[in-house]
Design a protein around this ligand. Sequence first.
Ligand SMILES: [Zn+2]
Length: 462
Amino acid sequence: MSDLVSIFLHLLLFKLVAPVTFRHHRYDDLVRMLYKVHNECPHITRVYSIGRSVKGRHLYVLEFSDYPGIHEPLEPEVKYVGNMHGNEVLGRELLLQLSEFLCEEFRNRNQRIVRLVEDTRIHIMPSMNPDGYEVAAAAQERDISGYLVGRNNANGVDLNRNFPDLNTYIYYNEKNGGPNHHLPLPDNWKSQVEPETQAVIQWIRSFNFVLSANLHGGAVVANYPYDKSLGHRVRGFRRTANTPTPDDKLFQKLAKIYSYAHGWMHQGWNCGDYFPDGITNGASWYSLSKGMQDFNYLHTNCFEITLELSCDKFPLQGELQREWLGNREALIQFLEQVHQGIKGMVRDENYNNLADAVISVGGINHDVTSGAHGDYFRLLLPGTYTVTATAPGFDPETVSVTVGPAEPKLVNFQLKRSTPQAAPKRRIPNSGHRVRVLPKKVQPRAARKKETMMKQPQRGPA
Ligand SMILES: [Zn+2]
């Protein structure tokens, strides 16, 4: 009983002294927050909904860009998704904090944030499972929170086990030959997934996302694909075989960027578990089928990792400020990682942009494709690569490229129509409806004035 009294006093005290923003946000409150940020930074933000939950709540996204609502060629798209499990709420609050932070720092002319917003189109979805959150939050208020209350959507489905299983195909292809990228959706996929999953799949198919993170809780570790173990049956939390992607080293680097910029994730010991460097291959932790991160990698150009951010899935309000300070630098640095490797335009001899051209990198069996504007992005570690662009009806073009550690290398392709037989042209006009194409200044990032935020001091394990 005395515990309850002390928690009550703690909460009361917090309510009196804490900054108003460090609190949990129910659905209406979350919507207000998104519009508040939009109203404070109307020229660099846009609020949009990608669809509705089972109970009809909107799945809102806050976009940051110097031209909101517009894809600028050669400017990469990146996303954060929070609260996919309704009871894992820290990501939801961190993404609201991040939104407020990006807006305020842009207004303060923090050069690092100005550059980020001008060079990147950032999509932030604080909650993918608003129905589950309401169940979890209501239980929390009545102090009857079970470990799994509110995890699933309103139909009782775990959304991170609800994406089409494409791993089975690539594991087959690995043995028998065949691609492991841009695998098609099953014909009847819409009837197999929940409304939230369907909305997210349509969302990630309609933008050419390059990089992404999915924010969870219940552990503190940066988890990278694959989540589904190759050739092992899932048995609870039994450790299964490490199952790397062809981009394993890149994924490890992306995960380490987060864990080392995080206040304590990289220390490895958290929540009674140990992960060297604070990162793990998903399958080597526990195998998970039909997850979102594997789907992103296997169906789209997007490289997604899963961030487990707190031991306590529903942290007390009083923890939120410390969590924000522990994650702030990591959330920014991870976004900046989209600016590495190579990018460029794929065009024909008449400078028409070629969409869906395939960009292959020698030695890495995972291709990316150009987007609707003919621009492509290929995240790569520093090194020298043989890169080939192909499109139906055109001769392939191969170049050797050396990638440095800083800004992405600009590598454009101009494909010549193949001579033997003219295949149908796949031309995408420059001026599509609703799409304003802006010439993008390409300026080396390293050449620009750097103004970095102070890294937060490290703290002990949560
Ligand atoms: Zn989760």
